[in-house]
Design a protein around this ligand. Structure first.
Ligand code: GLU
Length: 429
């Protein structure tokens, strides 16, 4: 069979990226931190350099034109010492095992930083949903979950939304999972619609968590939110909700962008109008001047919020960043080399594993509600999220002060020590 007959070109995973099984991000970070890991745990570090389990599934799906295509999907369960693995599923043409593995490592640390009883996992299917109909995406979602159904579950590994997936995707996936298992299991997947066991507040939880962390950070700097100019890259669920929340709290959102371009207004954009702007891109918004994504990253502002994909700030553009602080709402938006450049330029980074942990924190509340069958009011969800985010932020800040290190290093140190401690207490090592 010809290649085109089984997959559209843009869906083929990048060649040569799927064989590596050591997590490079993990290794790079742990090498930097090794002296800061509790002495009695240092011999356990190699345990964290590789994922516990990886799955690569290839499955057929019938397209609307009647033809069959084969899709590649992944699920990585990085570590489960602190509880069942937890993490989203993304649909993107560049998804591959290496990427999913690195993201599952970040999930392991994220759950540990905010102290929720989960390990880390991540999944993805390599295709571009923009090129498929809704019915095709539903069949791909169902076929992927069917292929990994034996490996996941409420006490094993719990998926959630990530890039290009949403509550509707989770609804299809849960329905498929439950029909494979033959019984209801709402706690098997989080980020579901409220009507089928989702949690109030989950939709904007990642953004609210990040906004809380930024508010606490600025409070310590004695900087009023009303005097803070913010640029946001990415207007998906996370970017648009954090723009809304921060604008409601009085901050000035001076620029936003999506994959087609951005809009800039140094006096502050009218965010409610921008969110109403019913067009495919913010670039055509009349209340600002048109800018490119690259220009947005280099704007002079107080806080830059990358809220789209990983690796957008690299060694090539890190030197041109003019923000005072970066709040990482995407997972891994700054490469390790760029991180070093930013540190030298004294640009402070609030790391992803803390900044965007609000989503998984409310996923945990959703799972608790599913397992107890008792559903919370929105106010309670947001109150408990506030407590979790504020105390995680304080723990990271105190560690950074004590160790005289960056917030990222402090967050890594705290979370790696928590995971290694759990491994030891279990007596696995
Ligand atoms: N995809 C989100 C993240 O990267 C949420 C994960 C979850 O809720 O399990 O944090």
């Amino acid at each position: 069979m010809k290649k085109e007959a089984i997959a559209r070109k843009e869906d083929l995973p990048d060649e040569g990226q799927v064989s590596e099984t050591t997590c490079k991000v993990c290794k790079a970070q742990i090498d930097k931190l090794s002296r800061k890991i509790n002495k009695e745990s240092t011999h356990l570090i190699p345990l964290l350099e590789k994922p516990m389990r990886t799955y690569n599934v290839n499955f057929p799906v019938r397209m609307d034109d009647g033809k069959i295509r084969i899709f590649s999907g992944y699920r990585v369960q990085y570590n489960d010492a602190r509880g069942p693995c937890k993490g989203g599923i993304r649909f993107h043409p560049k998804v591959n095992l290496q990427e999913v593995m690195e993201l599952s490592f970040l999930m392991t640390l994220k759950c540990a930083v905010v102290g929720i009883p989960f390990g880390g996992g991540k999944g993805g299917v390599a295709f571009n949903p923009k090129n498929y109909s809704k019915a095709e995406i539903e069949r791909i979602s169902r076929a992927y979950i069917k292929a990994i159904a034996h490996a996941i579950g409420p006490d094993k590994d719990i998926p959630a939304p990530d890039v290009n997936t949403n509550s509707q995707t989770m609804a299809w996936m849960l329905d498929e999972y439950e029909s494979v298992k033959g019984h209801k299991a709402p706690g098997a997947i989080t980020g579901k619609p409220i009507e089928i066991g989702g949690s109030k507040g989950r939709q904007y939880a990642t953004s609210l968590g990040g906004a809380i962390v930024l508010r606490e950070y600025l409070k310590r700097k004695k900087q009023a939110l009303s005097k803070t100019k913010i640029a946001i890259q990415g207007m998906g669920n996370v970017g648009s909700n954090i723009a809304r929340i921060l604008a409601e709290w009085g901050a000035k959102i001076i620029a936003t962008s999506d994959s087609r371009g951005g809009t800039y207004n140094p006096r502050g954009l009218n965010v409610p109008k921008l969110l109403e702007h019913n067009n495919k891109t913010v670039a055509t918004f009349k209340g600002g001047e048109k800018i490119t994504n690259e220009e947005l990253l280099e704007l002079k502002c107080d806080v830059l919020i990358p809220a789209a994909l990983e690796n957008v700030i690299t060694e090539k553009n890190a030197g041109s960043v003019r923000a005072k602080t970066i709040l990482e709402m995407a997972n891994g938006p700054i490469t390790p080399k760029a991180d070093e450049i930013l540190e030298k330029s004294k640009i402070e980074v609030i790391p992803d594993i803390l900044a965007n942990a609000g989503g998984v924190a409310v996923s945990y509340f959703e799972w608790v509600q599913n397992t107890t069958n008792h559903y919370w009011k929105e106010h309670r969800v947001n109150q408990e999220l506030e407590e979790i985010m504020v105390s995680a932020f304080e723990e990271v800040i105190l560690t950074a002060k004590k160790e005289k290190c960056s917030l990222r290093r402090a967050a890594y140190m705290l979370s790696i020590n928590k995971v290694l401690k759990a491994e030891k207490l279990r007596g696995r090592v």
